[in-house]
Every structure is written in structure tokens, then in C-alpha cells.
Write a protein that binds this ligand. Sequence first.
Ligand SMILES: Nc1nc2c(ncn2[C@@H]2O[C@H](COP(=O)(O)OP(=O)(O)OP(=O)(O)O)[C@@H](O)[C@H]2O)c(=O)[nH]1
Ligand SMILES: [Mg+2]
Length: 457
Amino acid sequence: MNENQFMKPLAKIVLGKLGSEGRTRDLRNIALILRDAGAEVIYLGLRQTPESLIVAVEQEDADAVVCITSTHMAIELLENLQSAGGEMATTPVILVRTTASDTAGNTDARDATGEAEQLRRVGIAEVMNSSEVAAQVYRAVYGTEAADRHADNAEDDNARDASQATENMADLLRQARSGSNRAIGRLLSVLEDAREGKTSGDTASGDTAAELLLSAAASSSADARDASVSTYSVTATSSASGDSHVIGITGASGSGKSTLCSGLIKAASGRGRGRPKKSDVPAPKIAVLAVDPSSPRTGGAILGDRIRMTSSIQKPQSSVSGNVFFRSVAGQSGEIPSWIPDAVKLLRSVGFDLIVVETTGVGHVAEIVDTLVMVVTGDYGDDIQASKAGLLELADIFVVNKTDTQEAASVSRDLERMLDSRMESSWRPPVISTVATSGEGISDLWNMIEVLQIYRR
Ligand SMILES: Nc1nc2c(ncn2[C@@H]2O[C@H](COP(=O)(O)OP(=O)(O)OP(=O)(O)O)[C@@H](O)[C@H]2O)c(=O)[nH]1
Ligand SMILES: [Mg+2]
């Protein structure tokens, strides 16, 4: 394989710790082991519930769950997976026991062996130490070692996936429109595989498959529109063209994009600070695509955006539960993967009101979004200088985040000055100050997104 060719990850793994005890360090080590072995790791961190892991598996279309947890929670997770039915029931669950987390409370070796046996009987794929984790994951997911998987280049699996996807496409689209996480997750994978040449290794036939899916989605969307009139009517969740509104959130790595996005989701759902509850309108259907860099060499990645949005994605007790679809996307640093424009089209077709794309790549994202929000912080003052021409032309709204830090103090002023001297178009991008971690400024940002929508009409 060409060194520069982007590799498909060997497996997509949801990794988290169920329950409250345990150490972040253990999970991080496992994430690194899996990434280095070529897996895409959806890192969920501590304090997960069986429900949050299952939603993650469905939305991310993951191959397996790896978790650190107690015996009874592992069994609860497994029961929930089994009652979800279909492919979910056969999702391998791999339980990792680290020396520091004897979570079942069994210090006796004999008890531990007996417990592992009991867990296997109920369907846990493997119980292991973290040092064995990569090899065991591949055995559980593929019944083979990673090396074998490399060698056969995954062609058989992919061909089978492609033919199944074609057969089930109409069904999946129907389920996706009615909000099935699993169906939307699968359809996004079909597009990803098709556009990235992973379906058959042949980009031309992949493109055809993607176009077929998108045209089926567009016609099912037209049928659905004929049959029902959308009742959702908050301005910023419907674009000038009358359907979904797509917001791009871009900015340097670590600038606070995910944290802001989480706040925006709450604001859009009427849950944010200072937002009046809109009980008479249904909550908007929201989807997030978050791009994180992966290794071009192994295809492995640790995708950490989902963990920043846990509180927005899932609120079991809240009335907006289930309205947020979140998908982690691995991409080369600074670029938008080629299938993302299609993913946005698909999400529009299946009825999302608001679609947010988070990425560090500025250029290409502008072409696929209705509103581009550029996030800057005090750390990146030089970046603003270096690329100000591009930024000033592309961004609709600037956010200066981390204004609780000393470094951010002068950024707003510098930006305002640059905008004053350079802007020629009639929309002069506003500069909003935020502290994403506390929610300060988020409702100003959301209000400004709404104002921009009105301005464009
Ligand atoms: N002090 C301060 N920290 C913040 C603020 N917003 C985000 N952070 C922290 O900055 C770090 C990065 O935040 P993220 O939201 O993950 O940033 P990101 O831009 O999505 O990062 P990548 O996805 O890795 O590019 C986290 O530790 C946040 O808690 C803020 O307003 N003030
Ligand atoms: Mg992020």
C-alpha cells in the first residue's frame, strides 16, 4: 500500500467505562493501544450508562464495545443490546480488566476465572487484561488477527456490506426518516465506504453507489414532505431554502469547538441559559458531524468530540432525549473527508432541522454549510494574522472563545479592527465573546445565527 494513501480503520470501537469508579488513565491506555493497532476509537470516557453506550454504537455504526465495568453492569449492557435486536444483538462486548480495576471485587484468582466464564456464558465476547486488548478485539470483531485483516484488505467484508446495503436501502431510509439511530448510522457508513473507495476499492462504482443512495434519499424526502408539513419553525433551524440549516464550526484544534457546539445544541433545543422554553413547538431534530484527525499510516484514530457533547446528546430525563444524532468522523488534519458533503445531503433528506459540522478545516467546509462560525482564542492570534484574508472572507460569525483567559483579551479588538478595514460585503461578521465551558455568550451566538438567517431572507 502507498504510504500516503488513507487507510480504512480496521475496526470502529466504542470505548468507555460504565459506572462511576475507575481511572481515566486505564481507559486512555486502552484507547492508545487500539489506535496504534489501526482502530478508530470513539472515546466516551468515564461514567457511561448502558443506554449511552448503545446510542453511541448505533450512531457511530461501531463494530464492537470495549469497556471497563462491573459484572452486573456488563450484563445489563448486554441485555440492552440483545433487546435492541438485529445486528445490535450480535455486537461484540469486550470487557477489560486492568490490575487497578478489579471492578467485580474479585481478588481471588479462582473467583475471577469463574466470573469470566459466567460472563462468556451470557454473551460477553472476551474478558481480558489491557495488554491483550488489541488482538482480542480483532478476534472478537472479525474472528481473525489484525495482521490477517491487513493481508486480505477487507475486500470480502466490504463486498458483502455493499450488497446488503443496496438490498436494505429503501428500508433503511424509511427507518432513518422516523429517527432510527441505527439506520442513519448505517446509511452514513454506506456513503463513507462508497465515496472513500472502500466498498470495492473502485472509486467510480463507489461514486455510483453514493449517488444512487442520495437520489433515493431525495425522492423519499420529497414523498415525506408531500405527506406531512413540518411543524417546527424556529428561524435558525430552517435555512433560506426552507429546509435544514447547516452550521459549520471551524477553528484551530482545542479552541473549544465541541464545547461550543454542545452549548449551541442546548440553545437550539430551548435548553440553554436564558432561552425561553418553547413548549408549543416540537424540539428540532439535530445532527452533528465532528471531524477529528486520524493517522494516515494506520488508519487508527481516537475520536474525542463525542465525550465533550455527552450532556447535549443524551439527557435521558429530558423531553429532547433522542433528538440529537452525533457521528464522529476521522479525517486528515485540516481537511473535510470527501463523503461529508454527501453526508450533509443525506441528513437533510432524512429530515434533520439543524446539522452542525465541526472541523479544523476552513476552506471546504464553507461550501457545504449555510452559516460558518469561526472560533478563535488568545492562543491563535498569529493564525489570525497569517490567514486573515481567507478567514475574513469565509466566516459569517466570529467567536472569540476562552475569554476567561488573559490571552483572549485583545483578540476581539484585533479582529474588529481587521474586519472594519477589510469588509466589503453588506454582512459584516459580528464578533461574539464566549466562555464555552460556562455557557457565557452562547445565547448571544445563537441569537446572532438567527439574525443572520432573517437577514438572508
Ligand atoms: N478556560 C476555558 N477553557 C475552555 C473553554 N472552552 C473550551 N475549553 C477547554 O478547552 C479544551 C478543548 O475544548 P474542545 O471543545 O474539545 O475544543 P475543540 O476545538 O473541539 O478541540 P478539537 O476537537 O480537538 O479540535 C477543553 O479542555 C475545554 O474544556 C473556555 O471558554 N474557557
Ligand atoms: Mg472537538
